[in-house]
Design a protein around this ligand. Structure first.
Ligand code: ATP
Ligand code: MG
Length: 557
């Protein structure tokens, strides 16, 4: 074997190895995976891991992927979620082979259930939820048989049909699989297959008042679609024997379940139930709040599909739960945006500069849009007598190593001229209101003497040409690394300062900004137009700051 081949094999994850072997051995001619979201919330970054894995495996091995909505719980599901899920998957760059719904299989699943009753492998139980839980036993004590476990096949069939016909109230009866009440694996102690729920379903309406449980719907749906590799997260490991039991007893297509570690990320929560609480209780403005770990939140914040796919690749496919540092995700988006984002100058906290030796005229200077791009275009940026610089770029009494503007000190204005501060003007309270400066005409960027040395370059905007915008700066939504695993309610750990809103003065080229355009505001970070923008006010979300803590951390190790 060549070294390259060896390298390739080494870098395969365990699922790729399994698929590769299954194809090589002829177990399957081609593979079919599925992504099976429950439409009870918006997709989050954790789902993108599963999406990248399922679609990625199929792509790599010439297979296909179904999108299946696991819509067996009528109470929490909604078409709004179905639509958002489809939009998010497409945005991430994946296309499914078929769009299916577990609810499409309700009739078939019902048939499977009757089949098991006829085989003496399922029974109707009248016990209450509490009684069933009590009879289940504990991991160290076997369970006890329900008094209804020995019902005849005929009686079970009649009762199950009556359940379907709506004869009973919610909770009055359930259908259970007859597996093994003393199995060490609690999942096998006669799990519930169907419960009664008189509820309206977002697709089947009022056709059904009994709904299958996850364990009875999921594997059977896989089998109906002839899914070869059914990939789910680790908490389903103990469910696998049941998955196999149903398929074996029904003698249907042998789909197989494989498990990988779910993605957990620092400074956020990653369960739709918790994210829904944040939305409903007003901690965020919606599912697509740019602070949310949802795909729609990340998109609105200015993340790119490429950066999320790179992230999913970098974290790999683990078999053990772990907590991924959110700064890795930030690193991925920075890396991508650095390549594609056009640079613009925007001043957040303005300090006025008057160039006393510059006339009343203006000039338009060509400035490169992206120095990282060999084919970078240029834009024209207006320069005039009155400018804004960042207040923090000036110090009246600077310490030794402060190289930006100070009385008598020079600094370069990005792509323009070197200026020197001659005079500091203050108001009655002592606050600095403007700096009177002179510029060095010969220092013009790109000009013959543009190599005059100064220690620092700062960004600026021409006051009369500037447009006012709003910028939204985000911090982590939670104060602690793993809020879901802290004492008490996770919401106690919310960061009260996760959003800072400020006005900013932008160069006029930004007036033409469009959605889908990513910008780097020089020295300020990466920014993206927010949907709250209007004709009168442009609003930008900071996608990420420019500082790259993660890389520094890596280098230290
Ligand atoms: P949640 O707890 O957030 O509601 P879920 O697992 O109930 O998550 P589903 O809609 O049922 O959400 O999940 C669809 C698919 O995405 C499943 O195969 C599930 O295993 C996977 N998935 C969900 N969360 C994660 C995660 N954090 N990391 C990796 N995969 C995930
Ligand atoms: Mg779920």
């Amino acid at each position: 074997m060549t070294d390259i081949k060896k390298e390739e094999e080494k870098s395969l994850n365990f699922l790729e190895e399994i698929v590769g072997e299954d194809l090589a051995s002829g177990r399957y001619k081609s593979i079919l995976t599925r992504f099976p979201p429950e439409p009870n919330g918006y997709l989050h970054i954790g789902h993108s891991k599963s999406i990248a894995l399922n679609f990625g495996l199929a792509q790599k091995y010439g297979g296909k992927t179904n999108l299946r909505f696991d819509d067996t719980n009528p109470v929490t599901e909604d078409t709004e979620y179905v639509e958002s899920i489809k939009e998010d998957i497409r945005w991430l760059g994946f296309e499914w082979e078929n769009e299916f719904y577990a609810s499409d299989y309700f009739e078939q699943l019902y048939g499977f259930a009757e089949d098991l009753i006829r085989k003496g492998l399922a029974y109707v139980d009248d016990s209450s939820a509490e009684e069933i839980a009590r009879m289940k036993g504990t991991p160290t004590e076997p369970g006890t048989d329900s008094p209804y476990r020995s019902r005849s096949i005929e009686e079970n069939l009649r009762l199950f049909r009556e359940m379907r016909a709506g004869k009973y109230r919610d909770g009055e009866k359930v259908l259970r699989a007859k597996v093994d009440m003393s199995a060490p694996n609690m999942q096998l102690r006669d799990p519930i297959m169907y419960r009664i729920k008189h509820a309206h379903h977002h697709r089947t309406g009022d056709d059904w008042c009994i709904y299958p449980m996850y364990d009875f719907a999921h594997g059977q749906s896989d089998s109906i679609e002839q899914i070869t590799h059914s990939i789910c997260t680790l908490e389903f490991v103990p469910h696998r024997p049941l998955y196999d039991w149903f398929i074996e007893k029904l003698d249907i297509f042998p789909s197989h379940q494989y498990e990988f570690a779910r993605l957990n990320m620092t400074y956020t929560v990653m369960s739709k139930r918790k994210l829904l609480q944040l939305v409903n209780e007003g901690y965020v403005t919606g599912w697509d709040d740019p602070r949310m770990p949802t795909i729609s939140g990340l998109r609105r914040r200015g993340y790119t599909p490429e950066s999320i796919r790179t992230f999913a690749e970098k974290i790999g496919v683990a078999k053990r739960e772990n907590l991924i540092d959110v700064s890795l995700l930030e690193f991925c988006v920075r890396e991508h945006l650095n390549k594609i984002a056009a640079r613009r100058m925007v001043v957040f906290d303005p300090l006025k500069i008057v160039l006393t030796n510059y006339g009343p005229e203006e000039e338009w200077l060509p400035v490169e849009d992206n120095p990282e791009d060999p084919e970078s275009t240029h834009r024209q940026v207006p320069f005039s007598r009155e400018l804004y610089i960042e207040r923090e770029d000036f110090m009246e009494n600077p310490p030794k190593k402060f190289f930006r503007l100070a009385p008598g000190q020079k600094v370069r204005l990005k792509s323009a001229y070197i200026i020197q501060c001659d005079e500091v003007v203050k108001d009655a309270t002592g606050k600095i209101t403007e700096l009177r400066c002179s510029y060095l005409p010969e220092s013009k960027s790109g000009g013959e003497q543009s190599n005059i040395k100064v220690q620092a370059t700062i960004h600026w905007v021409s006051i009369v040409h500037a447009i006012v915008a709003e910028v939204r700066l985000y911090d982590r939504l939670f104060r602690v690394e793993d809020p879901a695993n802290e004492d008490g309610d996770f919401k106690e750990y919310i960061n009260p300062d996760s959003l800072q809103v400020t006005a900013a003065y932008a160069e006029p080229a930004l007036r033409q900004v469009k959605f889908n355009e990513h910008y780097q505001f020089l020295r300020k970070g990466y920014f993206y137009l927010d949907k709250d923008s209007s004709e009168d006010l442009l609003i930008f979300n900071r996608t990420a700051t420019l500082r790259d803590n993660w890389v520094k951390e890596q280098k230290k190790q």
